[in-house]
Ligand binder design. Structure first.
Ligand SMILES: C[S@@+](CC[C@H](N)C(=O)[O-])C[C@H]1O[C@@H](n2cnc3c(N)ncnc32)[C@H](O)[C@@H]1O
Length: 464
């Protein structure tokens, strides 16, 4: 049977594929189906046809998988925030486990690796400590709202339709963030609507209001509200900041990031504190971390402890080791390991994260951590000590090939690779495996209801 673009076809979904799609096979030919899960039988339309695979969209659910459940959120199926809310949580964990195993096998060509069952998040909803809502000068309505006269479509403050840069759903409530976040979201929307300034157009690149970024301290139940605008007009945003601080005792910081860049990135070229403090404080395990608006912090604070405990267990520190913490962000893993290491050296590119890391050491009374600021690719060759353990926690893109080579030259007995992307982790491990054995891998679910999965891999140098 030949598969053609535009063709309608009945498919049985065999497994969950990377990226949250369902995988069906027609005479061995792979078809990836958006919004479908294993054991679904669907009528689908082929939307893309390549030599080795095709992509399809569901037209009709002919027979639902027994693993489907009623999603708690109105926007499920339309919003890019979480794509698996309609999947039983136990199954989500199994799909994620399978993805990590298959990435290692097919991309890393690592056979028979010991991948443990996924560790579940202690909470399934309200777990996100950071949410980024986009402004748009047009609201993308749900299919059931099409043609409704009483819906104001002149603006949206919410989340993107998956894979689109300009289609923004106006979100009343996102269940992934704690409840007060939704109240703040609603207040900010009302204020923007009443303001004299226009909302930013994602196609026209004109307008003032760009993003709302909410940051929550899970331990202290405090909030940072970061309003991202295209210009600095303090008199226009200050009343909003004052309102939030006066109305909500748990809001302790209101920041204004200002960006004139066209890129849809909610980070300002500079920022101003409008009300309260310029940072908030959260805690992982026994350690406190002070966070500025743009520093990286694990988004599921409660589960971060489980992630870091796994890193600690794999690192197996006894107090005598020199440890490198590559891609260290605000130094959270460095600080977590410090009491069990002789010395920890963190490497990080973002200046403000390094500055947070240094402050966080002082805050926690940690004296044996130091941080090197810059691109690892340029800084690592200048290292003047011989490490015993390397912890690697790169961004989604994984490591640069040169960094992989530099790491191999260091010839450490043990590495702990932490990753939010099984595909790039598998690729990098594939490059390391000539000299290292993959001892075990622990998937840790930091992101319930999404297809994203964090993993920790323990690698040991052969013949050590
Ligand atoms: C996944 S985060 C890890 C943060 C930290 N380990 C944690 O658990 O909070 C990746 C970090 O790598 C940093 N980064 C990305 N590319 C880099 C590079 N080429 N050199 C140094 N740091 C980099 C990012 O700024 C980010 O803070």
């Amino acid at each position: 049977m030949t598969i053609k673009k535009g063709q309608e076809i009945d498919l049985f979904i065999e497994q969950a594929a990377f990226g949250g799609k369902g995988l069906a096979r027609v005479q061995g030919f792979a078809i990836f189906v958006e919004q479908a899960i294993p054991l679904d039988r669907v009528k689908a339309r082929i939307v893309k046809k390549k030599k080795n695979y095709a992509e399809a969209r569901v037209l009709e659910l002919l027979e639902p998988s027994p693993d489907r459940i009623q999603a708690a959120c109105t926007y499920s199926g339309f919003c890019g925030g979480c794509k698996w809310q309609f999947v039983n949580y136990e199954k989500q964990l199994q799909y994620k486990h399978q993805q990590v195993r298959e990435a290692l096998e097919h991309i890393g060509l690592v056979e028979d690796s010991l991948v443990h069952p996924t560790l579940a998040s202690p909470v399934e909803f309200g777990y996100r400590n950071k949410m980024e809502f986009s402004c748009a000068d047009r609201r993308w309505v749900l299919p059931g709202q099409l043609g409704c006269q009483d819906i104001d479509t002149s603006m949206a403050l919410g989340l993107h339709v998956p894979g689109t840069f300009y289609k923004v759903l106006d979100i009343d409530a996102c269940l992934l963030q704690p409840k007060l976040g939704n109240q703040i979201l609603s207040d900010v929307r009302d204020y923007i609507k009443k303001s004299q300034l226009p909302v930013y157009g994602l196609k026209s690149h004109q307008g003032f209001w760009r993003f709302l970024v909410l940051r929550h301290s899970a331990y202290y139940d405090q909030w940072m509200v970061n309003i991202v605008t295209s210009a600095q007009q303090r008199p226009c945003v200050q009343p909003l900041a004052d309102h939030l601080l006066e109305t909500y005792p748990n809001v302790v910081s209101v920041i204004n990031n200002v960006t004139s860049r066209k890129a849809g990135v909610a980070v300002g070229e500079y920022e101003q504190t409008l009300a309260g403090s310029s940072t908030i404080v959260d805690r992982i395990g026994a350690y406190e971390f002070e966070l500025s608006s743009n520093s990286f912090f694990q988004t599921n604070t409660k589960q971060a402890q489980c992630l870091y405990d796994t890193v600690m267990r794999y690192a197996g520190l006894t107090g005598t080791q020199t440890v490198l913490d590559l891609y260290c962000g605000a130094g959270t893993i460095s600080i977590y390991m410090a009491s069990k290491a002789k010395e920890v050296i963190g490497f990080e590119m973002m200046e403000n994260a390094v500055s947070d890391a240094r402050k966080n050491c002082v805050r926690n009374g940690v004296k044996n951590c130091s941080f090197i600021s810059g691109d690892i690719r340029n800084c690592l060759p200048d290292l003047d000590r011989k490490p015993d353990v390397i912890v690697i926690d790169p961004p989604r893109a994984g490591m640069h090939q040169d960094v992989v080579k530099q790491i191999l030259n260091l010839s450490v007995p043990k590495m702990v690779y932490v990753s939010c992307n099984p595909a790039t982790m598998a690729r990098d491990i594939g490059l390391l495996k000539e000299f290292y054995d993959v001892i075990e891998v622990q998937p840790v679910d930091m992101f319930p209801h999404t297809f994203h999965i964090e993993s920790v891999a323990l690698l040991k140098k052969r013949n050590v």
